[in-house]
Structures are given as structure tokens and as C-alpha cells.
Design a protein around this ligand. Structure first.
Ligand code: GLC
Length: 756
């Protein structure tokens, strides 16, 4: 389709009409020109497509579909291929259902475990989140269906999400809250970006030019269109001008009219309207001209995929005395309402109308020696003593007990945040009392975000399943009975207590002002820096086998920051069953002039190994692996110095490391002024050389006339004298030059030397 020609034929009113929805899920058509309406739908964990006549809130029943594991779980797979495969399945689904763009993935960073929507987000680490997003976007768009990476940006709390202002310093924004978007946009080019509801540094994301144009377009070369979150637009004309192309769902035409009026009154350049229309139509016609309406949607096959994916995601957190895997013939008590009615997805816009759900009890139905007790009700928080008694007596008669626990829907959801990290009281009480009745107690958790585990010392094993999708029961069975060895790793830290979290003192904000006071120290970046013990660290996870590492090799010991470093390491399965290991690569800046985390994840690879098998895993590290965001350069900057390349089983367990010297190729100096202190001057060799003659000429004036007395030396020690010198601003020389140097002559000299 010749989009430009189409636009030339349009009236201003027709153009404006294309910049907002026709209803909750469709864009408007322009019949006169044969432009159809296009449908978009949620994601990101399956297709939430509403029957044709959606209600005006977009919440009535959606069609039956396949609910895959939520992002909190899929990130735990640390498996790019798995996410791509998931994306391909979602893309097929959308082709079959004629949905042009699926609204996801959601990549907001998990600033606090309290965020109600953490289940829908990948990680506390921007690199992992970005890699997962890139993979799933590539998969979906390989089927010529668009994605909408969201919510751009800094939607890290649900509390007052439509009005709250995320106040974030420049470096933190660029290093923590934007890189997942940047990675996906640079490497997968999502067809659309969805702006968030909240404000960022005082401006609504929907009209934030710095975000939507200066960063998204000018810096990252984003080519698609920007769509608002549903109802996120405040000033439509300002938003359009800032870079927000499509308003959803609809303003009933009122905002279209405002756009027309603004152009007519000369307040908005019609070229801005044309640009937005062009971006939108390019995306939708790309979909339309490559439609594959005969794409099959094999739900049963996708259910099987959901099960396999869930197995890749589950994380074995504890397994004392090899309590797991369970063995056929063991008398097993399965306790917990979630074993019959599992929580396998989150609430809100991502909620899928699953065509089928496997509970654990369904999956165990063919097996002998399995008994069940409800243990608790998800409808109440307080313990039900009768239910607990029943469970305890069953536990006493069993070889092992599997308690299936987790967070009920009401504890976490889109739209509101958690107020604590506890499981329901009834579940904690149940687990404690069952563990007293049977030493071989295993806890399986269905939760979308970290929970406190006061009973951790009383149980033998813990399997974190997160929200594992509709096949959760069969996947849980496969892991518990060892058909699959668990290979998930935590994509977020599990702190002992909420008070340990870095955002504890400011999370949620005061009124509409949420200051991200912890800066870059989010998640493991905080716990590792402060050496705060955590229940389970980022990247942690056990297997039914074991792995050993050897032969870490860097292809150079020193490099420039515009070169690549090639890293390889051997990993061996030292156990007696097959398994998958997630090899994690961290980089630690040994010294820096800015505050940096102890280490940051810069690579990961998941490898399958048979017993005794060894594989060599390779990584390539470029500049960004060593860089931080410099707020004077407003760019990524590598400070020359020593870095450690570390191989870890988690952010807390480094098994091998080697140093590399990196030399910066960026000359970065602050301007030299009369207020520049001597220490900083000396760090600028060019400036120091230019000023050397002057400093030499003044040298004599700083030495005392005679040996200073003991009393004088006590007053001004040599250390203090040295410190006074290095922190002395150049203008200070005037005061101690015995008249040789004046303020004006110093300023003129700096100017003549081209230093300021
Ligand atoms: C919701 C969500 C967004 C979703 C959209 C459409 O408010 O924030 O993620 O895609 O509206 O349902």
C-alpha cells in the first residue's frame, strides 16, 4: 500500500480519526478510502480477545484461549529459545483470530516485591528482562503479528498508577528502567510501544517528549508507533506533538476534533498528524498485506507447549536429603486447595479465559498412594482448624507431604499493590503444623511475586512454580516425580523481610510523588552492595543433578572499550541424571568514580547436559557490559580500570572469575574553571600540562619560611596538608600566591589556554 499517497487523499478529519480507537479494541476505518478497522488485544500470557461486541470497559468474557505461564515464570526459564517459541505460538493464535497486535510483553522493572503487577513483569534485572522481551517479540513478529512492549516507562507500582509521578534521576532511568525497552527495540523492533499511565519526572508518559521522541526515536531509532495505555492520554494535542501516535481506547471523537482544531488554529503542524497516521498505517498494512487467516490454532498442542514451558520455569529452591524427586509407590499426601483449584495466572488485563486447566490432582489422578486434604480455603485468611487437623492427620500417615500454597488472587493484581509479602495466615499455619507431623514436607508455591517463608527451616523442599499457566498441574507433577529436572533460576531476589528491600522507605510515594530514592540499587544490586542476607538470591535455583565449572578463558587481559571481549567457560554435569544449567556471567567494576553495584548480569546461557557431559559456553562482551550512564556526557561511558568477569550460579555465588583491564576511548573531562579543584585538574593531563608552568612558578610560595614548630605540625598534619592541596580550587591559589596571581589573571589565563 502506498501510505503516503493514501494520506494525500485524506481530509484532516479522516487523518485525525485514525489517531484514536473506534472502540475498546479496534482502530477506526476510513471506508471512503478502503482503510479497514484493525483489532488489537491483550497478552501477554495468551490471547485475551473479547467477543466482537466488547463492553466499553473491555472486561466482559473473552474467547476461550490458552493461558501460558506468566512473565514472572517465563523469565525464570532464562531460556531465549523457549520465549521465542512461546512468541511463535502467540503469533499463530493472533493470525488465526485476526488480531494485528498483541499487547505485550510487559517489561517494567520489579522495583519492589509489593508491585501488584509483578506477576506480569520479567525481572528486577534489566538485562534479563530485555533478553526475554527480545525473544518473545521476535517470536510473535516472526508470524507477522505486531507486539506492544509496555509500559513505557517506569510503571513500577500500581498505586495511583494513572496520576503518580515517578521521580527518577537520569542515570537510574537509563541504567535500570529503560534498558529492557532499549534492548528489545534495538534487537527486535516491536511494531508498537505502549506508553504508561504514570508521569516520569513531572510529565505524563503519554506526552513526554524526552521519552517518546528524544529517546525512543532519536536515540533508539524506534520505527513503529506509540500507543497509549488505555485511558492514559491527558492533553491529546500535546501528546501527539510529543510523539504519542495512537490514543486508545477512544475519546468518542472529541480528541480527534481537538486535533483538527489545533491544526486549523495553527497550534499543531499538520505534518505531525501525517507522521502519526503514516506510522500507524505502516504497521497495520504490514499486518494486512501478510495476513494468514488459515493459520491453525491447535489449542491442545499449545496446552502441551504450556506444560513444557512451565517445566522450564519452575525453580527448585530447597531439596534437603534429596526429598525430591518423589518415587512411585511412596504414600503422598497432597494438601492445599490450590492442588485442586490452582492459581496459575494474574488478575486484570492479562487474564485469559483458559479452555482447559490441569490441577495437580488432575495430573495425579492415575496414580496410587495419593491422598488429598484441602488444608485451607482461598476465601479466607485465618486458619481453619478443622481443615488443618484433617491435613495433619493425613500427613502422619504419609511418607511425604506436598503442600501446594501461594497467593490468592486478592493478594496481588493489576490495579493495586501488595501491602506485605506474607502468604495467607492459614497457609503459614498449615505448613508449620504439617511439617511437624511429617518431616518429609515439600512446599509448592503458586505466586506471582516473592513471599516470606517463616517455615523454611521446617520443610525439606520448596518448589517455586510462580504463575505457571493452565498446564500448571501436569508441569508440577513432571517436576515432582522427576520426569523433568528443574532448571528455573530466580529472576528476582527473595528477601527475608519487606523491610530489607531497597525501596522500602519510599515505595508507593507520598501522594502522587514517587521518588526512586534507591537509584540503581534495585534488587540484587542493593542486597549484594549492602551485603544483606536474602532468603534466596537472584539467579538461584537447584537441579536434580549437579554441575561443575572450569577453564574460564578471556581472550585478552586488556582491551579498549571499543573492542569485544570473548569469554568461554566449561560446565560439566557431575550428577547422575540429565539436567539444564543456567550459566550466568556478571561483570564487576573494581573501582569507579561513581557508585556502582558490586556486579551486574551481562550474560546467561542455558545448557542441557547428560551425566558426565561437558560443554563450553561462550559469551561476547561489548562496551555496554562495562559501561555506566554518565550524566555529563549523557551517554554510556566506560571508566578505565580493572573489571572482573565472573561466572556465577547466582548473584551471590561466583564460582570463577578473571580480571580484565579496560581502557576508555572516550575523553571525558569536566570544563576547567576557577573552581576546579587540584585533584580533578591532575586527572586531566592536558589541562595539567597547560597549567604546569604557572603551578611551578607558585611552588615556592606554598612552602613555609622555616621549619614549622611541633605545635604547628600538630595543627596541620602532613595528611591534612596533602588533602587541603588536592581539594584546593584553582582560585585558592590566588589567596596563597602572595599576590603573584589574581582572580582576573587566573580567569584570563584559563581562557587563553582554552580550558574554560
Ligand atoms: C490496561 C493495562 C495494559 C493493557 C490495556 C488494555 O490498563 O495497563 O497493560 O494492555 O489496559 O487492556
Amino acid at each position: 500500500m502506498d501510505i503516503q499517497k493514501l494520506i494525500q487523499q485524506m481530509t484532516l478529519e479522516e487523518k485525525a480519526s485514525l489517531l484514536s480507537g473506534g472502540d475498546f479494541w479496534h482502530t477506526k476505518a476510513v471506508e471512503r478510502l478502503g482503510i479497514p478497522a484493525f483489532m488489537v488485544s491483550d497478552g501477554p500470557h495468551g490471547l485475551r480477545k473479547q467477543e466482537e461486541k466488547a463492553d466499553h470497559l473491555g472486561v466482559n468474557d473473552s474467547i476461550r484461549a490458552v493461558c501460558f505461564p506468566a512473565a514472572c515464570a517465563t523469565a525464570a526459564s532464562f531460556d531465549r529459545d523457549a520465549l521465542r517459541t512461546l512468541g511463535e505460538a502467540l503469533g499463530d493464535t493472533c493470525q488465526h483470530e485476526n488480531v494485528s497486535v498483541i499487547l505485550g510483553p510487559a517489561v517494567n522493572i520489579k522495583r519492589s516485591p509489593l508491585c501488584g503487577r509483578n506477576f506480569e513483569y520479567f525481572s528486577e534485572d534489566p538485562y534479563l528482562a530485555g533478553e526475554m522481551a527480545t525473544a518473545i517479540i521476535s517470536g510473535i513478529q516472526s508470524r507477522n503479528v505486531g507486539t506492544s512492549i509496555k509500559h513505557f516507562a517506569a510503571n513500577s507500582q500500581e498505586h495511583r498508577r494513572m496520576s503518580s509521578d515517578a521521580v527518577i534521576d537520569e542515570r537510574t532511568l537509563r541504567e535500570i528502567y529503560l534498558p529492557a525497552f532499549e534492548n528489545a527495540i534495538r534487537n527486535a523492533q516491536p511494531w508498537t510501544v505502549m506508553c504508561s499511565y504514570n508521569r516520569v519526572n513531572g510529565e505524563y508518559a503519554s506526552e513526554n517528549r524526552h521519552l517518546l521522541t528524544e529517546i525512543l526515536r532519536d536515540a533508539w531509532n524506534f520505527e513503529g508507533f506509540v500507543v497509549s495505555d488505555w485511558g492514559a492520554v491527558s492533553d491529546r494535542v500535546a501528546a501527539l506533538d510529543a510523539g504519542l501516535d495512537l490514543e486508545m481506547p477512544s475519546s468518542g471523537g472529541s480528541n480527534d476534533a481537538r486535533i483538527v482544531r489545533a491544526v486549523r488554529e495553527g497550534k499543531l503542524d499538520e505534518a505531525v498528524v501525517d507522521r502519526a497516521v503514516s506510522r500507524i498505517l505502516r504497521v497495520f498494512y504490514r499486518y494486512l498485506e501478510n495476513r494468514k487467516p488459515d493459520t491453525e490454532w491447535d489449542m491442545a498442542a499449545q496446552h502441551e507447549l504450556a506444560r513444557k514451558l512451565a517445566c522450564e520455569c519452575m525453580i527448585l529452591l530447597k531439596n534437603d536429603m534429596h526429598t525430591l524427586p518423589l518415587k512411585a509407590g511412596e504414600k503422598i499426601a497432597v494438601i492445599g486447595e490450590f492442588a485442586k483449584k490452582p492459581r496459575y495466572q494474574g488478575g486484570g488485563s492479562s487474564h485469559i479465559n483458559s479452555f482447559r486447566v490441569d490441577s495437580l490432582m488432575d495430573a495425579l489422578s492415575g496414580m496410587n498412594n495419593i491422598s488429598y486434604a484441602q488444608g485451607y480455603s482461598t476465601e479466607q485468611d485465618d486458619p481453619d482448624d478443622a481443615l488443618i487437623q484433617e491435613a495433619v492427620s493425613l500427613a502422619k500417615q504419609s511418607d511425604k507431604v506436598v503442600v501446594v500454597a501461594g497467593l490468592p488472587d486478592s493478594f496481588e493484581s493489576e490495579g493495586y499493590d501488595r501491602t506485605h509479602m506474607r502468604l495467607p495466615k492459614c497457609q503459614n499455619e498449615l505448613i508449620t503444623r504439617v511439617a511437624s507431623a511429617c518431616a518429609n514436607t515439600i512446599v509448592v508455591l503458586y505466586n506471582g511475586s516473592p513471599v516470606e517463608m517463616p517455615w523454611i527451616g521446617r520443610v525439606r523442599a520448596v518448589l517455586e512454580a510462580y504463575l505457571a499457566g493452565q498446564a500448571v498441574g501436569s508441569a508440577t507433577r513432571d517436576i515432582l516425580y522427576g520426569q523433568v529436572s528443574p532448571s528455573g533460576r530466580l529472576p528476582e531476589s527473595f528477601p527475608y523481610h519487606l523491610e530489607d528491600t531497597s525501596a522500602f522507605l519510599s515505595y508507593g510515594g507520598e501522594g502522587d510523588r514517587a521518588v526512586y530514592a534507591e537509584g540503581v540499587f534495585v534488587g540484587y544490586r542493593y542486597y549484594d552492595k549492602k551485603r544483606i542476607d536474602v532468603l534466596f538470591p537472584f539467579g538461584y535455583g537447584l537441579s536434580y543433578t549437579s554441575f561443575a565449572y572450569s577453564d574460564l578463558v578471556l581472550d585478552r587481559e586488556s582491551m579498549r572499550d571499543d573492542e569485544d571481549l570473548h569469554v568461554s567457560v566449561n560446565v560439566t554435569n557431575t550428577g547422575d541424571v540429565p539436567g539444564k544449567e543456567v550459566v550466568q556471567l556478571y561483570v564487576a567494576d573494581r573501582e569507579s568514580s561513581v557508585f556502582r553495584p558490586v556486579r551486574e548480569l551481562r550474560g546467561f546461557e542455558k545448557v542441557f547436559l547428560n551425566p558426565g557431559e561437558t560443554r563450553t559456553v561462550s559469551f561476547t562482551l561489548g562496551k555496554r557490559a562495562f559501561a555506566y550512564w554518565d550524566t555529563t556526557l549523557h551517554d554510556w561511558y566506560v571508566e578505565s580500570g580493572s573489571f572482573a568477569v565472573q561466572i556465577g550460579r547466582s548473584s551471590r555465588e561466583i564460582v570463577l572469575e578473571k580480571e580484565v583491564e579496560v581502557e576508555s576511548t572516550t575523553v571525558r573531562h569536566d570544563p576547567i574553571t576557577v573552581n576546579t579543584i587540584m585533584m580533578d585538574l591532575m586527572r586531566n593531563p592536558e589541562a595539567a600540562a597547560k597549567l604546569k608552568p604557572v603551578l611551578d612558578s607558585l611552588q615556592g610560595t606554598f612552602e613555609g619560611e622555616q621549619e614549622s614548630s611541633d605545635a604547628a605540625q600538630e595543627a596541620v598534619s602532613s595528611e591534612m596538608a596533602a588533602a587541603m592541596m588536592k581539594y584546593m580550587p584553582l582560585r585558592g591559589l590566588v589567596s596563597f600566591s602572595d599576590g603573584k596571581l589574581t582572580y582576573d589573571s587566573l580567569k584570563k589565563m584559563l581562557s587563553d589556554l582554552g580550558l574554560s
